[in-house]
Design a protein around this ligand. Structure first.
Ligand SMILES: *Cc1c(COP(=O)(O)O)cnc(C)c1O
Length: 381
C-alpha cells in the first residue's frame, strides 16, 4: 500500500459489531470477562483501548515499523523511552533540541543519574568524539527547531548501530509524509501528534513507533507500568487528522516554499532559514532525505532588534502569535522570548538564535493572502 492510501486504510477496519466505517470512540475503563481471564483481548483501559490500538496500528504502518505505542503527549512518549535506560547510562542529543525534550532530560532524568551530552549533530565527527562506553541512546531531531538544520539520519544511525547504541528520531517537524527514519536505520520514531498528525490544533497526544516488536513490547511494558496513556477521544481525533495528512502537509510545503522565496527577496529581511532554499547549508541533504522541505520557515530582520521583531509579530492578522505548529492555520512565533526563553541570551546568539528571529508554521490557507499578511506586517517595521 502506498502512503496516501495507508493514511486512510492502514490498520482500519469497519467496526465488527455495527459496520460503522469510522473507528468508534471506546469510552470505557474496563471490559467484561465471561469468566476470570476469559476476555476478548481487553482487560483494563490503561493497558489496552480499541480506539488507541487502531491509531497505533495506523502509525506503525505510516512509519514502516513493527508496532506503535500512543501516549498522553509527545513528552510522555519521550519519558517512556528514557525510562528504558538506567542510572549511569548516557543519552547524546542535538544542541538545538526541542526545549521540552531538553528540560525532561536535564531536570527530570539527570537527578536520577542519567547522563547527557548536547552536540552539533550535523557534524558526524562531533558525534563520534562524544560517544562513550556509557552511551545507550542517540536522540535525533531533524529538521531542528527553530534554525531548521538537517541531521543526516542514515549517517548517525550507521555510527550508532556499529556500536550497539539505540537511536530515536523525533519526526514531529517532518511527519511521516516527508521522511520515514526507520527506513534509514533508526530504532524508534517519536511524534508529538499534537502537531502535524493531529493537524487541527485541537488535542495533545504523543506516539512512538518501534522498528522491532521486542522494542515495542518494552515500551508497552513501560507505558502500562507508568501510565502515560492517551484517551480514546484524542486517539479518534488523531486518526481523523491523519486521513488528510498527505494533503495538508503537501499544501503547507508548497505555501512555505513560496513564502521563503518572498522573504528572501524582501529588503528588510536578513537570513531566511528554510531547507528548500538553495542558500540553506543542508539543502542537498534535505533533498535526499525528505520528500519535500517542510512547512516551517524562520527568518530574522536586517535590523536585528526585539522591538522591530515585535512590530512584525503583532502586525500579522492571518498568522496568529502562538506556540506550537503543524495545524491547518498559520502561526508566527518569537523563539527567543517564547519557546527558547530559558536559554541565556549569549548562548542563544552564539547558536544563531538572534533577537529578531521569527518562526513561521505555515498552514494551508491561500498563499497569496499569507504573503500579503507578512508584507503588510513588514511594511510597519
Ligand atoms: C511539541 C513537540 C514536542 C512535545 O510534544 P507534546 O505533545 O507537546 O508533549 C516534542 N518534540 C517536538 C519537535 C515538538 O515540536
Amino acid at each position: 500500500m502506498k502512503f496516501n492510501t495507508k493514511v486512510i486504510h492502514a490498520g482500519i477496519e469497519p467496526d465488527p459489531t455495527t459496520g460503522a466505517i469510522m473507528t468508534p470512540i471506546y469510552q470505557t475503563s474496563t471490559y467484561v470477562q465471561a469468566s476470570p481471564g476469559d476476555h476478548k483481548g481487553y482487560e483494563y483501559a490503561r493497558t489496552q483501548n480499541p480506539t488507541r490500538s487502531v491509531l497505533e496500528k495506523n502509525l506503525a504502518a505510516l512509519e514502516n515499523g513493527a508496532d506503535g505505542i500512543c501516549f498522553g503527549s509527545g513528552l510522555a512518549a519521550m519519558d517512556a523511552i528514557l525510562k528504558m535506560l538506567k542510572s549511569g547510562d548516557e543519552v547524546i542529543s542535538t544542541n538545538d533540541l526541542y526545549g521540552g525534550s531538553y528540560r525532561l532530560i536535564k531536570k527530570i532524568f539527570e537527578p536520577f543519574g542519567l547522563k547527557s551530552k548536547f552536540i552539533d549533530m550535523t557534524r558526524i565527527e562531533e558525534l563520534e568524539k562524544a560517544i562513550s562506553a556509557d552511551t545507550k541512546l542517540i536522540w535525533i531531531e531533524t529538521p531542528t527547531n527553530p534554525l531548521l538544520s538537517i541531521v543526516d539520519i542514515k549517517a548517525v544511525c550507521d555510527v550508532a548501530r556499529a556500536r550497539g547504541i539505540l537511536t530515536c528520531v523525533d519526526n514531529t517537524f517532518a511527519s511521516p509524509y516527508l521522511q520515514t527514519p526507520l527506513d534509514l536505520g533508526a530504532d524508534m520514531v517519536l511524534h508529538s501528534a499534537t502537531k502535524y498528525l493531529g493537524g487541527h490544533s485541537d488535542l495533545v497526544l504523543g506516539a512512538v513507533v518501534a522498528k522491532t516488536q521486542e522494542l515495542a513490547d518494552k515500551l508497552h511494558f513501560v507505558q502500562n507500568a507508568s501510565g502515560g496513556v492517551c484517551g480514546p477521544m484524542d486517539s479518534f481525533l488523531v486518526l481523523r487528522g491523519i486521513k488528510t495528512l498527505h494533503l495538508r502537509v503537501q499544501r503547507a510545503c508548497d505555501n512555505a516554499r513560496k513564502i521563503a522565496a518572498f522573504l528572501e527577496d524582501h529588503p528588510k529581511v536578513g537570513r531566511v532559514l528554510h531547507p528548500g532554499l538553495k542558500s540553506h547549508p543542508h539543502h542537498e541533504l534535505a533533498a535526499r532525505q525528505m520528500k519535500d522541505f517542510g512547512a516551517m520557515v524562520s527568518f530574522d530582520l536586517k535590523d536585528d532588534s526585539i522591538a522591530k521583531a515585535n512590530t512584525v509579530l503583532s502586525g500579522t492578522h492571518l498568522f496568529s502569535l502562538a506556540e506550537s505548529l503543524g495545524g491547518v492555520e498559520s502561526l508566527i512565533g518569537h523563539p527567543s522570548s517564547m519557546t527558547h526563553a530559558s536559554i541565556p541570551r549569549e548562548d542563544r546568539i552564539k547558536n544563531g538564535l538572534t533577537d529578531s528571529l521569527i518562526r513561521l508554521s505555515v498552514g494551508v490557507e491561500d498563499v497569496d493572502d499569507l504573503i500579503a499578511d507578512l508584507a503588510a506586517a513588514l511594511d510597519k517595521v
